[in-house]
Design a protein around this ligand. Structure first.
Ligand code: CAA
Length: 291
């Protein structure tokens, strides 16, 4: 199937990055959100991020202008339903995702492929609540989307081969690389990454290391670009906790028990970079550990 237009639901961190890469690759992009403010913020972020690529000489001003001209925003799901490919990138909450797919259903074109950028929720279960489980897939981009090379492709139990092959081709057209995962809790990347982050929080909780020593150890001792606590703040501690809960509930194994310290930070509203406090405090010039 030929994909020309893409509807993105959710104008947050992931939604704006996904819009950025699709617009640069020549697709028509429609971003949807309930909040006009969030959509305007997303447009500003995309302009700023593509602008950085222009400033570094990686793209021309004409390419930036053409990409920005391909992006529209709307609060109306009707326009989203008319695109060839819908990518749901709303918050990591299953009932919100179900409600979005339910509201979208009456507006969907016959051949529209439906996807979710969920980082952990069952694709089969999300698909089963739509009218097209055979045209439904997990389409998982990594943050920051314009920089990260990988897109995880997750087929639900009913996903047909045409849908899978179409999305594989779309990933190649974006200049990215796909890896296929079976539909089990948190798929591949987060099945491995989140227990590592959770273990880093336990390492802090049990006093084995400080925030700084834990992050320095993994950065310099394992060549990770960010330490695990810095990365947790970057991803969002609420998202990390939600994924650990999906692993814990879905696999029923105590080895996925979320660290109580992670729970405490989330309860405090210290969600990482987006709230300016998490394992680090971002309110000053340079981030400072909060414990
Ligand atoms: N948009 C466009 N470009 C961006 C960008 C963005 N949002 N953020 C960074 N960049 C670009 C910079 O412009 C820079 O480009 P050049 O190489 O051309 O100069 C490049 O990325 C590197 O950025 P910086 O020099 O500012 O910083 P850095 O070298 O420290 O790299 C990083 C930043 C790429 C984020 C790096 O620290 C990194 O790779 N961190 C780990 C990220 C990671 O693990 N992501 C996965 C999270 S898990 C996930 O997403 C799954 C999930 O479901 C939770």
């Amino acid at each position: 199937m030929d994909i020309r237009s893409v509807g993105i639901i959710g104008a947050g961190q992931m939604g704006n990055g996904i819009a950025h890469v699709f617009a640069l690759a020549g697709y028509d992009v429609v971003i949807n959100d309930v909040s006009e403010e969030a959509m305007n913020k997303a447009l500003d972020t995309i302009t700023g991020n593509i602008g950085r690529q222009v400033a570094k000489g990686k793209l021309s001003q004409a390419e930036q202008d053409a990409a920005m001209a391909r992006i529209r925003t709307t609060t109306d799901l009707v326009e989203i339903g008319q695109t060839d490919l819908v990518i749901e990138a709303a918050t990591e909450n299953e009932s919100i995702k179900h409600k979005i797919f339910e509201s979208l259903a009456p507006h969907l074109g016959e051949n529209t492929i439906l996807t979710s950028n969920t980082s952990s929720i069952s694709i089969t279960r999300l698909a089963a609540a739509t009218d097209r489980p055979e045209k439904f897939m997990g389409f998982h981009f990594m943050n920051p989307v314009p920089v990260m090379q990988l897109v995880e492709l997750i087929r639900g139990i009913a996903t047909d081969d045409e849908t899978y092959q179409t999305l594989k081709q779309v990933v190649a057209d974006l200049g990215k690389t796909s890896a296929s995962a079976e539909d089990f809790p948190a798929f591949i990347v987060n099945r491995i990454l989140m227990p590592m982050i959770n273990e880093a929080v336990y390492t802090l909780y049990e006093g084995v290391g400080t925030v700084e020593s834990i992050d320095t150890s993994l950065k310099l001792g394992a060549n990770h670009p960010m330490g695990p606590l810095e990365l947790a703040d970057f991803i969002g501690l609420d998202t990390c906790l939600a994924i650990m809960n999906v692993l814990h509930d879905g696999l029923a194994d105590t080895k996925y028990r979320p660290c109580p310290l992670l729970v405490k930070y989330v309860e405090a509203g210290w969600l990482g970079r987006k709230t300016k406090r998490g394992f680090y405090d971002y309110r000053g010039e340079t981030p400072v550990p909060t414990r």
